[in-house]
Design a protein around this ligand. Structure first.
Ligand code: PLP
Ligand code: ZN
Length: 366
C-alpha cells in the first residue's frame, strides 16, 4: 500500500503523515483490496464487513460505531420505481461517517493526536464525532452561515469550532493555514476519506445480490460520494465481483455548478465558477479540487452531470419529506435529479439520501 502523487508520480509510504504531495499535487492511494464474499456475508452489518478492502493495517486502530450497511429500499417516486439508499441514517446524520471512520482510523494508526478540517457542516460533524471516539483533538472550520444544528453538533462532540466570515473558499483557506502545523483531515484532499465513502457502492452491490444497478444518481460538490463510488466500482471490477459499471449521474444545484459547466464544455479547464446562494449548502463548492477525477468517473461510466433549479430542489425536498424520509435540502438535489433525468422504463436506479433533516436550517414550520 502506498500514496502516489497524481501530478508528479512521487510515491510515499502510507505511514507518512501526508495529505497532499510535497509538489502540491493530489494523492491517490495505491491499494489492492480483496473481497472474500463468503466471509463478508457472515460479518456484522457494518461498513467494516469489507475489511480486506479497507486500507487500515491493524484492527486495533479501527474507529467505528458499527456504522453503515444502511437500508436500500424499493420505492415509487414520481410514478417510477427507485431504490433509495438511506445514507442519512448514520451516527452523525450523514454518509460522511463512511469517510470519517476510515480516515480517523488512519489518523489513529499514524499516531496523530490533533487534526484540522473544513466543511459546510456534515463532514466536520462526522470528523468531530470520530475524533471524540478516538480521543483526538480536532479543529473544525465552517462558514459562519452554516446551519446552527450542525454547529451545535460539532461543538457538543468537543471539537474546537472556528466560524469563518465569508465564503466556503475563505473557510478552506483558513483551515489550510492551520494545516501548515496540524494534520489536515480533509474530506476532499485526503484519499483515505474516499476509501471510506467507497463502501456506499459495496453495500449497494451486495444488497442487490452482487449485481450492478443500471444508474446511480448522486449529489456532487467535492465528489466524496461520486468519486468514492467510482473507486469502489473499479475495485469491484478488478476483483471480478462485477462486470459492468452503473451510469453515474452527478447532480449539482444550478446556482453553483462548476462541474456541470465543465462537463458541458467538454472538459475545458477554464470553467465558470460563479456562485449564487443555494439551499443545497452541502454542495456549494466553487472549485472542487478533484474536478478532473470526478469528470473522468462520469465519462468512464457513460454518465452525465446535470443541474437542478432551487424550486426543483425544494419541490423534491417536500415530496421526499411527505414520503416519510426526513432529509436535508442537499439530499433532495439527487431526488430532483431523478425526477428530471430521462430514464428508460425497467432500469434499476439507485438514489442515496445523504443527510438528515433534523440538523438543517433549510426546513421551517411554514
Ligand atoms: C448532505 C450532503 N449530501 C451530499 C454532499 C456532497 O458531497 P461532496 O461535496 O463530497 O460531493 C454533502 C457534502 O457536504 C452533504 O452534506
Ligand atoms: Zn507531486
Amino acid at each position: 500500500m502506498k500514496l502516489i502523487c497524481q501530478s508528479c508520480q512521487t510515491e510515499y509510504k502510507t505511514c507518512e503523515p501526508l495529505w497532499k504531495c510535497r509538489c502540491g499535487g493530489i494523492l491517490a492511494l495505491d491499494f489492492h483490496p480483496r473481497f472474500p464474499i463468503d466471509k463478508i456475508q457472515k460479518r456484522k452489518p457494518t461498513l467494516w464487513r469489507y475489511r480486506e478492502a479497507l486500507p487500515i493495517e491493524n484492527d486495533r486502530y479501527i474507529v467505528s460505531f458499527d456504522e453503515g450497511f444502511t437500508p436500500l429500499i424499493n420505492e415509487h417516486f414520481f410514478g417510477r420505481d427507485i431504490l433509495i439508499k438511506q445514507d442519512y441514517l448514520f451516527p452523525s446524520g450523514s454518509y460522511k461517517d463512511r469517510g470519517a471512520s476510515v480516515l480517523v482510523s488512519k489518523v489513529k494508526e499514524a499516531g496523530i493526536k490533533k487534526v484540522v478540517e473544513d466543511s459546510s457542516g456534515n463532514a466536520g460533524a462526522a470528523i468531530a464525532a470520530y475524533c471524540a471516539k478516538a480521543h483526538i483533538t480536532c479543529h473544525i472550520y465552517v462558514p459562519e452561515q452554516t446551519s446552527e444544528g450542525k454547529l451545535i453538533q460539532i461543538k457538543k462532540y468537543g471539537a474546537h469550532l472556528h466560524k469563518i466570515q465569508g465564503s466556503r473558499e475563505d473557510t478552506a483557506k483558513a483551515a489550510r493555514r492551520h494545516a501548515e502545523t496540524t494534520y489536515y483531515a480533509s474530506h476532499y484532499w485526503n484519499p483515505f476519506f474516499f476509501h471510506g465513502t467507497k463502501t456506499f457502492i459495496f453495500e449497494v452491490i451486495e444488497q442487490l445480490g452482487w449485481k450492478t444497478p443500471d444508474i446511480l444518481i448522486v449529489p456532487v460538490g467535492n465528489g466524496t460520494l461520486l468519486y468514492g463510488a467510482f473507486i469502489g466500482l473499479q475495485e469491484l471490477q478488478q476483483g471480478n465481483i462485477i462486470d459492468k459499471l452503473p451510469r453515474i449521474i452527478g447532480v449539482q444545484a444550478r446556482n453553483c455548478a462548476p462541474l456541470a459547466s465543465a462537463w458541458k464544455k467538454h472538459n475545458n479547464t477554464n470553467t465558470a465558477s460563479t456562485r449564487k446562494d443555494t439551499v443545497a449548502e452541502g454542495i456549494a463548492i466553487v472549485h472542487p479540487i478533484r474536478r478532473n477525477d470526478i469528470l473522468h468517473a462520469v465519462k468512464e461510466t457513460n454518465g452525465e452531470i446535470i443541474t437542478v433549479r432551487e424550486n426543483e430542489i425544494l419541490d423534491a425536498l417536500n415530496y421526499t419529506l411527505r414520503k416519510g424520509y426526513y432529509i436535508e435540502p442537499t439530499s433532495a438535489v439527487a431526488v430532483a435529479g431523478f425526477k428530471k433525468y430521462q430514464i428508460k422504463k425497467d432500469l434499476e436506479v439507485v438514489v442515496p439520501l445523504t443527510g438528515h433533516g433534523l440538523k438543517t436550517k433549510g426546513l421551517s414550520i411554514q
